[in-house]
Design a protein around this ligand. Structure first.
Ligand code: XUL
Ligand code: CO
Length: 437
């Protein structure tokens, strides 16, 4: 059954096109710095925002009416599978991502829930075989159900911890069966509201124990996906343990998990943590932990996760610059963890929103490639740190300097001279490059 009859396959028509249902910048086979755009960007559709979200917010009901809204939960789940593959095909997107609870409804018991999952996973497997579409990552939703009120891997209740373990086990098996390239852990309820009732050290030890069990089980069943942790500083918890890239990396290192994990970084999570997306990507990259990206954008006037489709060219350019400089995303990709606004409730908006996100990232990729080719930023940085290439600077870098040798040098009373960082000039050139694409 088809759900999007009014939309046909989205094509690249170039900058001069005025067709809203066409790409102006995303040309999948166009070569940028030796690779196709498709290879650089590895776009993915988020099942939860595209097929299970209706635009409801804390004050209002959903506004979208979808063709797959059958009364029976399993009929609805089956219809969503069809809608997923039709959407991926019409968008020309190769990957998708889901939580276990996005694809199939819960039953009365875990066993029943797992049976529901098996039915849907079978359909997904068939759909992937016949369409050639792939799973960028899957994950377990261990935050929506009331049982996770105090957390999953960080809960105070051992029975809930065991439930979470069972859910995680099944999720890893699903990832293995569908050949997921990555597996994501986002700790939706792994955090706390108040220290007055919380044993933080114990909760973190338990979380690490669960990650070690996941590594062991994946090994046992031969599931070789890249494990990814997705940092977020707040919402739903007041304090989320995986606050940002730096905090998450320190956690992984403390518990000997750093070789088994990389990071899945999200733009809106970065801004909630008081960082830019580029900052988070750089922190991951310099620690060898850049895994995958959840592409979206927040509203700078609001303090919550608005998950808007990314359209800010400044950010997409600087994001792609960081990704290119880091040597690409490896097994990762760019998942649109983004939802259409409540007012954009028509089916066509799902297409228009993904086109906006894909064109903005393609634009960013082209601008980032220009930035790299013209060497402007590399030259500025090389020049800026040049004092470490000779004399006392070279001694410092070579590890030959001591506080005594620094003092001896400083006592020469050479007049110190700093140079301008030229930030405003650089930003103007950046604007020129972005607009020249
Ligand atoms: C929540 C969020 C999640 C993760 C997957 O803010 O980003 O959807 O990406 O659980
Ligand atoms: Co996300």
């Amino acid at each position: 059954m088809a759900y999007f009859n009014s939309v046909s396959k989205i094509q690249y028509e170039g900058k001069s096109s005025d067709n809203p249902l066409a790409f102006k910048h995303y040309n999948p086979q166009e070569i940028v710095l030796g690779k196709t755009m498709e290879e650089h960007l590895h776009f993915a559709v988020a099942y939860w925002h595209t097929f299970t979200n209706y635009g409801n917010d804390p004050f209002g009901a959903g506004t979208a009416v979808r063709g797959w809204d059958y009364a029976d939960a399993m009929d609805q789940a089956k219809a969503r599978v069809e809608a997923n593959f039709e959407f991926l095909d019409k968008m020309g997107i190769s990957y998708y991502c889901f939580h276990d609870r996005d694809i199939a409804p819960e039953g009365e018991t875990i066993q029943e829930t797992n049976k529901n999952l098996d039915v849907i996973v079978e359909l997904l497997e068939q759909g992937m075989k016949s369409s050639g579409r792939k799973l960028l990552w899957n994950t377990a939703n261990m935050f929506t159900h009331p049982r996770f009120v105090h957390g999953a891997g960080t809960t105070c209740n051992a029975d809930v911890y065991a439930y979470a373990g069972a859910q995680l086990k099944k999720s890893l098996e699903i990832g293995k069966r569908l050949g997921a390239d990555n597996y994501v852990f986002w700790g939706g309820r792994e955090g706390y509201e108040t220290l007055l009732n919380t044993d933080m050290a114990f909760e973190l030890d338990n979380l690490a124990r669960m990650f070690h069990m996941a590594i062991d089980y994946a090994q046992e069943i031969g599931f070789h996906a890249q494990f990814l942790i997705e940092p977020k500083p707040k919402e739903p918890s007041k304090h989320q343990y995986d606050f940002d890239a730096a905090t998450t990396i320190a956690f992984l290192q403390k518990y000997g998990l750093q070789n088994a994990f990389k990071l899945n970084l999200e733009a809106n999570h970065a801004t909630l943590a008081g960082h830019t997306f580029e900052h988070e990507i750089r922190v991951a990259a310099i620690n060898g932990m850049l895994g995958s990206l959840d592409a979206n954008q927040g509203d700078m006037l609001l303090g919550w996760d608005t998950d808007e489709f990314p359209t800010d060219l400044y950010t997409t350019t600087l994001t792609m610059y960081e990704v290119l400089k880091a040597g690409g995303l490896g097994t990762g990709g760019i998942n649109f963890d983004a939802k259409v606004r409540r007012g954009s409730f028509e089916d066509e908006d799902l297409f228009l929103a993904h086109i906006a996100g894909m064109d903005s990232y393609a634009w960013g990729l082209k601008a980032a490639a220009k930035l790299i080719e013209n060497h402007m930023l590399d030259d500025i940085i090389e020049h800026r740190y040049r004092s470490f290439g000779e004399g006392i600077g070279a001694d410092i870098v070579a590890g030959k300097a001591t506080l005594r040798s620094l003092e001896e040098y400083a006592f020469q009373n050479k007049p110190l001279r700093n140079e301008s960082g030229r930030m405003e000039r650089i930003k103007l050139v950046l604007n020129e490059i972005i607009y020249s694409v």
